[in-house]
Write a protein that binds this ligand. Structure first.
Ligand code: FE2
Length: 343
């Protein structure tokens, strides 16, 4: 009787094991931790699944929470890929040992070198610029020139931007530390704070709203929010986006500050081959315009044209710095901004 029970147990174990293997072999999948949440992204993932048979599982959350989650999960994580915005954050994920380097000649041709981690730990998927927006009734374009000029006393009480705890402003400040050095970057932050129309509050859209409401004449914000507001279902946002004008600073000098959203393969993923396939797909000519347009960002693949709104602004000169420096200077940037009284 005992022998029969053992035999029966062994049979169950063999059956379960082979069922597991069948499942693994029959159903390929990738799990992406992402902060993106657009319907067009889902259509791209569906198309990728149709072409490759690889299913996509999405875990959506805020970028910093996803990074913390990967840290906590360690090698037990189910994540194969991480998609987050800002090179400062991508660099942090790399520094925290959460990503692994990849090799792909297709990626090297899809994504220009300036938009990749130099050691291939992450690749940009989209690009955005941090620009000046202004009210055309109170500011003329000819008065604008550079980020440095924003410290001129002529702008006293006329500028708004969000808090220094925000990564976009930290990365902007990091870029100035890289280009000008620490002392000049601090002096810039002090001069900017002296011209604030109000204590920093709200997000990027709120700064544009403050300009249209007459609280300020200039704001610093990311380009994609202009598209998001222009095509918003909220009539106030549409009015704000239609009223403000966009200015790309430092065109004759060091270029406008740009940043990226990007993707990396998670360190403990064992599905590198399929994960690279997905990155190749998302950076391909076929996928790039819908992927970038979902958030009114610039495509990184140079063969793909941007959305008509972005194209209407024309081409512009960008800062010529390695994006990794944004995470390298992040701590110092936050410290200097605090020192300058930028809350
Ligand atoms: Fe944003």
């Amino acid at each position: 009787m005992r022998k029969i029970s053992i035999l029966f147990l062994m049979l169950i174990m063999i059956f379960t094991l082979s069922a597991c293997q069948l499942n693994q072999a029959g159903e390929k999948s990738l799990t992406i931790y992402t902060e993106r949440h657009y319907d067009t992204d889902q259509l791209l993932y569906d198309q990728f699944t149709e072409e490759t048979g690889i299913k996509i599982n999405l875990v959506r959350d805020e970028a910093d929470k996803l990074i913390t989650r990967l840290e906590n999960e360690g090698e037990d994580t189910e994540a194969d890929l991480l998609i987050i915005a800002d090179a400062g954050r991508l660099g942090r994920a790399k520094d925290l040992n959460l990503l692994q380097p990849v090799e792909s000649t297709i990626l090297d041709s899809n994504v220009p070198e300036t938009y990749q981690d130099p050691e291939n730990y992450w690749y940009a998927l989209t690009m955005r610029a941090r620009v000046i927006v202004y009210h055309p009734d109170r500011v003329s374009e000819s008065e604008l020139s550079t980020y440095e000029d924003l410290t001129d006393p002529k702008w006293e009480g006329r500028i708004v931007t969000r808090s220094s705890s925000n990564i976009y402003n930290q990365s902007l400040m990091s870029s100035f530390i890289e280009i000008w050095g620490e002392d000049d970057a601090l002096a810039w932050a002090e001069g900017l704070v002296a011209n604030f129309a109000r204590s920093p509050q709200g997000n990027d859209r709120d700064q544009a709203k403050a300009v249209v409401a007459g609280e300020a004449d200039l704001a610093i914000m990311n380009t994609y929010y202009i598209g998001k507001m222009l095509y918003s279902s909220d009539p106030l946002e549409v009015e704000v986006a239609e009223t403000i004008r966009v200015f790309f600073p430092n065109q004759d000098t060091t270029g406008t500050h740009v940043n990226v959203s990007g993707i990396g393969v998670v360190k403990y993923s064992e599905k590198q081959v399929d994960a690279i396939k997905l990155i190749e797909y998302l950076t391909s000519v076929d996928a790039q315009s819908s992927y970038a347009n979902a958030n009114y960002e610039f495509p990184v693949n140079p063969l793909v044209d941007p959305h008509e709104l972005l194209a209407s602004w024309g081409t512009f000169n960008k800062q010529n710095i390695t994006l990794n420096t944004l995470s390298e200077h992040a701590t110092l940037a936050a410290m200097l901004m605090n020192q300058a009284g930028w809350v």
